[in-house]
Design a protein around this ligand. Structure first.
Ligand code: ADP
Length: 243
């Protein structure tokens, strides 16, 4: 498939009346519609088990919906063949709560891996990878193996790895789930900076409502299989709302 340029008014991600069921009696998403405009930063909140991870999987095409339509970068993915999904997937960086770093590789090698997989020569990316690890505050831990890094450090390696291919969309699944509040704030600042500096569109699934209120970003709230948009201003006022 030819890589398509995103028209100015195309949403980066759009879900139209999406349903997802993992089997009979296991409907997780009933009727979800949402769209992310280019350059937006949005939280996806909702109680545990509401379907946040499921929604992210649909967004990075790891799952196909059982109803409705998922469009990425202006392309309706409904009838695309498997091999045609790859060029769209390459435009997405994913950050998982449990990091998913390769234990036998150093921080530098983990971040460089997506570029190696794409066939890039090390001399073309070495400086960029070092710069990226320096940006996340790990310029002095390039050779460290994941086992020797703290939770916050591992998550920063995972963010650098997601960013290294300069994705148009970053999807982060509970990225602050395994770190303390101070590190959570620091990780969020990295996402904010990416969003501001490179206009990367970012969707962060989280149940960390303290972070959401501080961050003053728009919120998509997932409950009962549906999504509701909550503007940042309304979120600040909802002091007692459970995640
Ligand atoms: P959240 O991220 O909001 O905690 P999930 O998307 O992980 O929610 O899960 C939503 C629901 O779907 C849960 O009830 C979970 O048990 C169920 N679920 C998630 N993945 C699968 C799967 N692969 N097979 C069957 N059920 C699943």
């Amino acid at each position: 498939m030819r890589e398509q340029a995103l028209a100015a008014d195309d949403p980066v991600l759009r879900l139209d009346r999406v349903g997802l069921s993992y089997g009979p009696e296991n409907d997780v998403l009933a009727d979800v519609s949402l769209s992310l405009t280019p350059g937006s930063l949005t939280f996806l909140t909702g109680p545990s088990g509401a379907g946040k991870s499921t929604l992210l999987k649909l967004a990075y095409l790891g799952l196909r919906p059982t109803a409705g339509r998922v469009s990425l970068f202006g392309v309706d993915t409904t009838h695309l063949r498997r091999r045609d999904l790859a060029p769209l997937r390459r435009r997405i960086g994913v950050v998982f709560q449990e990091f998913r770093l390769l234990e036998h590789l150093s921080a530098y090698e983990n971040v460089a891996l997506p570029l190696r997989v794409l066939g890039a020569q090390e001399r073309t990316y070495r400086e960029d990878v070092i710069e990226l690890l320096t940006w996340v505050g790990l310029g002095d831990r390039l050779e460290a193996r994941p086992a020797t890094l703290s939770g916050g450090e591992k998550q920063r390696v995972a963010i650098a790895r997601a960013v290294v291919v300069k994705p148009d969309l970053i999807l982060a699944d509970e990225p602050t789930g395994n770190v303390d509040e101070e590190m959570g704030d620091r990780l969020f600042r990295l996402f904010r900076e990416l969003n501001k500096r490179l206009s990367t569109t970012i969707l962060i699934a989280t149940h960390d409502l303290a972070l959401v209120r501080k961050a003053k970003a728009d919120v998509l709230r997932l409950a009962d299989g549906m999504v509701m948009r909550v503007p940042a201003s309304a979120m600040a006022a909802r002091k007692d709302e459970p995640a």
